[in-house]
Design a binder for this molecule. Structure first.
Ligand code: MCN
Ligand code: CUM
Length: 793
């Protein structure tokens, strides 16, 4: 008699995304769609120089333009103590520059006017006199003796170092290296990349003097954190602040930080008592908002000759730009870089990490990556391939020797994480089988006769998704947990709200599936709402693929609370004691008489019309979920490529992905996440190049230079699945939102390196543009992305 779970859209149903109904009809409601009566428009004047002292700013001509309502500069912000703001990593960031500009594109002044064009004219009328200073565009320059001090605004800052941090066991690592049969070394650069969501950032601030209420519509992945920040920084009462994050046109980590535009639009609305809209253009987004990566690695593996890894040593130098503004758990300065090698059984490891300032836009935002995990897994898999080559060992076999075994869980990694489940060898085997690993060598020989170079690249990794637990994870002291609130109406229809904020991942679809699984209510009967701090329960937002691991768990838990109450109502309706009531999907029945039962909908109706004595009416509840651990999905990505040695052009022959994200709520959405992630991985490996010339000019500030692959350039992906349920998640799910972006790049790069192996080339830094590949092949040497950076020729 039990309901068919797939039919009601429960766990495992590839239910079509309900949000797409409005998106594909052009009915999405993005920030720029919001129009408020009397709304004014704001434009930002940005610095053309990367490093310069501001000698003067003359705004008088801007004020003369009819329709200009307000002009704000660093000076006017400073008068209100708002020229600087705290960042999510305990640094400060200029809202509008006062003393110096520190990167090209930095916010210098804002003009608020009747329409966006007048505001733009206003910006153009502002005259700024700069005195240029020598720019710093990489960690090597930042650390050089006598380097100009970028952050001379900070009292105790005497150099350009942001942090110097370490983790692991140095003594044990040194001892293991002393005993090693072989030491494999490699130096790599993970270049800057940009999340570049289709929709840039923006906000509409609406301060109503009559109620003292401040409403802000804005592009944020974490509305509650913004509310807390506005309350604490601007000293406004928290209950008078409402942050609404409407539909987001992608986030990818770009919409986690707090940007100056948000802050200035809020101040402008308070001063003018009118709504003020700020919408960034695409170039503004590309040059000034959070960049990802930009990390240099020196990596070493201590090896035994049978292939066993004895120890790992890593040193990273990361370029954070002018302000250390990336969000990450406060305990960890270089994010979760030390999650590297978590899928391998390694006795000892030590990581030193140094962060430096530069005259570049703030960097280090987690772009589809749980806090530097993308860099960690890329470095790991490049180091693994180099080590296998150094030992003369097959790269798949080398991984097999070192992967954590299924019976080894829970497993404490050398850097201290606890991984709890997985079937790593099985995933690898499925991947090797699917790509045709055995036959590939033969194909490689044949291709060589045709003058073509074939290569195969593997990337295996487990990734920490779903911060926290609250014991270890906090941002600015706010503990990382999440929440869900479920309200079941009289007729058995329901509304669910969470503290997460979907940006395209499909929460409106998948959360309803979790409720359907727990309660037997058809998913179509549940509406999901996120992103409004006045209605949603407090949560830390959506990034680090934490929604399913944390908010999704809260959805299951709140549904169980509802079921527990419904059980009491069922006992009352069935006139038996609660202990005699059994549950099957969507229905309570009497144990001794299974045909006597009531549906969950009957219970919902009774909760408002016929409640038992002593029981509170209504059927709603809230759950706050603090996960016991991160979730650890596993992935094996394998790519084969063909390189044309005449041109350096390489084509992807085949890509195979084997993902284990535990129980899949919606297999179709999971596959979409993997394909999207692999597309980004391919883009970073092959074509995306956003860099800075010696003057600090951002090269790649538009979509002719910074390439986003379309369906035409993107290779096909063959997806496979393994399911190892997460032991601590209520429905056994692990995160998936970032896996393919994190693990994917190394598969492509390893494949090209494999093709070039016999030419003595060990590394080409991303992106593997044809000219880099050609140069490596003809000169028979590595091509580094490190400076001097080739930007043009
Ligand atoms: N899911 C599932 N079964 C699982 C795991 C996840 O069905 N076992 C579903 C989820 O319910 C959700 C989606 O897959 O609908 C992604 O879930 P999850 O892994 O929990 O990740 P989040 O929802 O927290 O999304 C964040 C993640 C991040 S951090 C970035 S960055 C990213 C990504 O998602 N940005 C995206 N994917 C994106 N996809 C789109 N379309 N747009 C973005 O901006
Ligand atoms: Cu890591 S980018 Mo996502 O966390 O929003």
């Amino acid at each position: 008699m039990s309901l068919d779970e797939i039919k009601i859209g429960g766990l495992g149903a590839s239910r079509k995304r309900v949000e797409d109904n409005r998106f594909i009809r052009g009915k999405g409601n993005y920030v720029d769609d919001v129009v408020l009566p009397g709304m004014l428009h704001m434009e930002i004047l940005r610095s053309p120089l990367a490093h310069a002292r501001i000698k003067s700013i003359d705004v008088s001509a801007a004020w003369q333009i009819p329709g200009v309502r307000l002009v704000l500069t660093g000076e006017t912000m400073a008068a209100r103590n708002l020229a600087w703001m705290p960042t999510l990593s305990y640094d400060t960031q200029a809202v509008l520059a006062t003393d110096k500009v520190r990167f090209q594109g930095q916010e210098v002044a804002c003009v608020i006017a009747d329409d966006p064009y007048i505001a733009k004219d206003g910006c153009e009328a502002i005259v700024v006199e700069y005195e240029p200073l020598p720019p710093i565009v990489n960690p090597m320059q930042a650390l050089a003796p006598g380097a100009p001090l970028i952050r001379d605004d900070k009292e105790n800052q005497k150099d350009n170092v942001v942090f110097d941090w370490q983790v692991g066991d140095k003594a044990a690592t040194d001892a293991a290296f002393a005993k090693a049969d072989k030491v494999s070394k490699i130096e790599l650069h993970y270049p800057r990349s940009h999340p570049s969501p289709i929709e840039p950032c923006g906000s509409i601030a609406d301060f109503d003097r009559s109620t003292s209420k401040l409403t802000v519509y804005m592009t944020t992945q974490a509305p509650h954190i913004i509310r807390a920040a506005v309350a604490l920084v601007a000293e406004l009462p928290e209950h008078m602040i409402r942050i609404i994050s409407p539909d987001l046109g992608g986030g990818f980590g770009n919409k986690v930080p707090v940007y100056p535009g948000y802050v200035v639009s809020i101040l402008a609305s308070i001063l003018l008592e009118r709504p003020v809209k700020w919408i960034e253009d695409k170039t503004g987004n590309l040059i000034s908002t959070g960049f990802g990566r930009d990390v240099y690695l020196k990596g070493e593996l201590a090896l035994r000759k049978d292939g066993k890894i004895l120890a790992v040593r890593m040193h990273t130098d990361s370029d954070h730009g002018a302000f250390f503004s990336d969000a990450q758990p406060s305990k960890f300065k270089i994010g979760l870089m030390h999650s590297a090698f978590a899928c391998y059984d390694i006795p000892a490891a030590h990581l030193t990490a140094r962060g430096t300032y530069s005259n570049k836009a703030p960097g280090g935002v987690a772009y589809r990556c749980s806090f530097r995990v993308t860099e960690a897994m890329f470095f790991q898999e490049r180091m693994v391939q180099a080590a296998a080559d150094d030992l003369g060992m097959d790269q798949a076999e080398f991984r097999r020797v070192n992967l954590v075994r299924d019976d080894d869980f829970p497993h404490r990694t050398a850097f201290g994480f606890l991984t709890d489940s997985g079937q790593y060898a099985k995933c690898l085997d499925i991947g090797l089988e699917a790509i045709g690993y055995k036959d590939f060598q033969k194909q490689k020989e044949e291709a060589r006769k045709r003058g073509r170079l074939l290569g195969i690249g593997i990337s295996t990794m487990t990734e920490p998704l779903g911060a926290g637990n609250s014991r270890e994870y906090d941002i600015l002291g706010i503990k990382m947990f999440d929440s869900a609130e479920l309200r079941v109406h009289m007729t058995g229809k329901a509304i669910l709200r969470t503290g997460a904020r979907t940006q395209g991942q499909g929460h409106e679809t998948t959360w309803a599936q979790i409720v359907a699984h727990e309660l037997g209510l058809p998913a179509d009967d549940i509406v999901v709402e996120e992103g409004d701090t006045d209605t949603a329960p407090f949560g830390m937002g959506t990034y680090a693929s934490r929604s399913t691991p944390v908010a999704g768990a809260a959805v299951a838990m709140v549904s169980r609370k509802i079921r527990a109450k419904a059980r009491k109502i069922a006992a009352h309706l069935l006139e038996v004691s609660e202990e005699d009531v059994e549950w099957e999907l969507g229905r309570f029945y009497v144990r001794s008489a299974p045909t006597r039962g009531v549906t969950i909908q009957d219970c919902a109706f009774a909760a408002y019309t016929n409640m038992p004595d002593g029981l509170e009416p209504g059927l709603e509840n809230v759950s706050y979920y603090d996960p016991p651990n991160l979730t650890w999905p596993f992935a094996c990505y394998i790519a084969t490529v063909e390189v044309d040695p005449q041109t350096g052009v390489w084509d992807v022959l085949k890509v195979v992905a084997v993902d284990d994200c535990g129980v899949r709520i919606n297999p179709m959405i999971v596959e979409g996440q993997i394909m999207g992630g692999l597309t980004e991985a391919y883009a970073m490996a092959s074509m995306q190049f956003i860099t800075f010339d010696a003057e600090g000019n951002c090269v790649g500030s538009n979509y002719l230079d910074y390439l986003l692959p379309t369906a035409w350039e993107t290779p096909g992906f063959e997806l496979h699945e393994v399911v190892t349920p997460c032991p601590h998640h209520p429905i056994g799910a692990k995160g998936i939102g970032e896996c393919a972006t994190v693990g994917g790049p190394a598969a492509f790069v390893n494949a090209v390196m494999d093709a070039l192996k016999d030419s003595g080339v060990r590394n080409i830094d991303m992106p593997l543009l044809p000219d880099r590949v050609y140069q490596a092949l003809t000169l028979k040497k590595d091509v580094s992305g490190a400076p001097p950076v080739k930007t043009d020729d």
